[in-house]
Design a protein around this ligand. Structure first.
Ligand code: SAH
Ligand code: SF4
Length: 389
């Protein structure tokens, strides 16, 4: 039995059925119950979406699956873009003709401190690993409703939530596109959309991705990144026992300053968010990731670093510093590398563990905050923050 199974809404498509839900469906067709697990394993453990290739099933059942269930229609890869640094961007099309994006990021050992590598507290990951671990960044919504001023994903607003099948489908497709000699090891919910705004589908997707009969990803290797939806952070903690890696987009140590760039802060102000982090049921020796996008003239001064260190004192966190990635048509800029170094040093002196996230896939617009809706009118006009100097 699955240990922390949350109270899930019913599955919408074939790809999002759990083994026991497959068993119920197949029993209704007069098939033995154990076939449910077999079908689930084909889809999720082996990534085989074509019923004709499910060779341990009787022909009659394969035919019925092919006829009654359009398994692979949840999401399709429409094109693949390769970056010079090995990053791969998958452009995806949904059944209703929407587009989305997912990114595959190889993680050579030197870069394993980054969130993208979902740092392993057990130390199990060593230089002797024969295959390059790959981190996949997936999307959870078509667009985003949160309207953060530095991000391309929300520029056209929220079009719709993605289903659990579409979310998990990205990982099944991503694994199939992982280069030879590498292995899909971590999944980060850091693509387009706010995962906790689409909680029901994300909870089911997490259950599917970590199911022992399926992809069997370890919960600590799956990271949910949120802009700070407090009730859903609590819910995630409850439903998954704190084992899913939590990343929080903080971007400012000051309540008023944070509201200028992240509208969600007006609904759930910084002190409320910090309280939610304090009560997140984190297992021993694990840390919450704090994401901090550095914006020139706004939040990248050593005084901001000092304030951030004070805010985070005593909390089990590690900070991921992300020099802003430029977004077309948006005048915000990253600080200089010298300023990034100075920020990092001040934070370190303040006793806060931190890493700088190297820009990945910049040349194919696959870096953080660059995933955007293609061919959609950009409706939201963001009010830019007050810059210093
Ligand atoms: N909606 C979620 C997850 C997706 S964004 C969230 O906001 O956390 C993943 C990370 O990229 C977040 O920390 C986000 O704030 C950051 N980000 C967005 N736009 C960016 C940009 N232009 N440059 C650098 N980081 C950006
Ligand atoms: Fe949405 Fe995250 Fe972008 Fe904010 S940073 S608009 S929450 S995707």
């Amino acid at each position: 039995m699955y240990k922390h199974l949350p109270d899930l809404a019913p599955p919408q498509t074939a790809l999002e059925r759990l083994p026991e839900e497959w068993s119920a469906q197949l029993e209704a067709w007069g098939e033995p119950k154990y076939r449910g697990k077999q079908v689930f394993q084909w889809l999720h453990a082996r990534g085989v979406l074509d019923p004709a290739a499910m060779t341990n099933l009787p022909k009659s059942l394969r035919d019925r699956l092919a006829q009654d269930l359009v398994i692979d229609a949840a999401i399709q890869v429409s094109s693949v873009h390769d970056s010079e640094d090995g990053t791969k961007k998958l452009l995806l099309t949904t059944h209703d003709g929407r587009t989305s994006e997912a990114v595959l990021i190889p993680m050579p050992s030197a870069e394993r401190g980054d969130t993208y590598a979902a740092e392993d507290p057990s130390g199990e990951e060593t230089a002797s690993e024969p295959q390059t671990p790959v981190t996949q960044c997936i999307s959870t919504q078509i667009g985003c409703a949160m309207g953060c001023v530095f991000c391309a994903s929300g520029l056209a607003g929220l079009k719709r939530h993605m289903s659990a099948g579409e979310i998990v489908g990205q990982v099944i497709l991503g694994r199939a596109h992982t280069a030879e000699g590498s292995r899909l090891r971590n999944v980060v919910f850091m693509g387009m959309g706010e995962p906790l705004h689409n909680y029901a589908a994300v909870a089911r997707a997490l259950t599917l991705l970590t199911h022992p009969e399926g992809l069997a990803l370890s919960k600590r290797r799956v990271t949910i990144s949120t802009s700070g939806l407090v009730p859903e952070i609590d819910r995630l903690g409850r439903d998954f026992g704190g084992e899913v890696q939590l990343a929080v987009s903080l971007h400012s140590p000051d309540d008023a300053q944070r509201s200028q760039i992240m509208p969600i802060n007006k609904k759930h102000p910084l002190p409320e968010l910090m309280e939610a982090l304090r009560r997140y049921p984190l297992p021993k020796r694990r840390r919450i990731t704090i994401e901090y996008t550095l914006i020139k003239g706004f939040n990248a001064d050593p005084s901001d670093a000092k304030k951030l260190a004070e805010l985070l004192r005593g909390l089990p966190v590690k900070v991921n510093l992300i020099p802003l990635n430029r977004v077309e048509g948006n005048p915000l800029e990253p600080p200089s590398w010298d300023d990034v170094d100075a920020f990092q040093a001040t934070l370190r002196d303040g006793g806060v563990a931190n890493f700088v996230r190297r820009r990945k896939g910049d040349d194919i617009a696959a870096a953080c905050g660059q995933l955007a809706l293609r061919n959609e009118p950009k409706k939201i006009r963001v009010a830019l923050p007050q810059l210093r100097g």
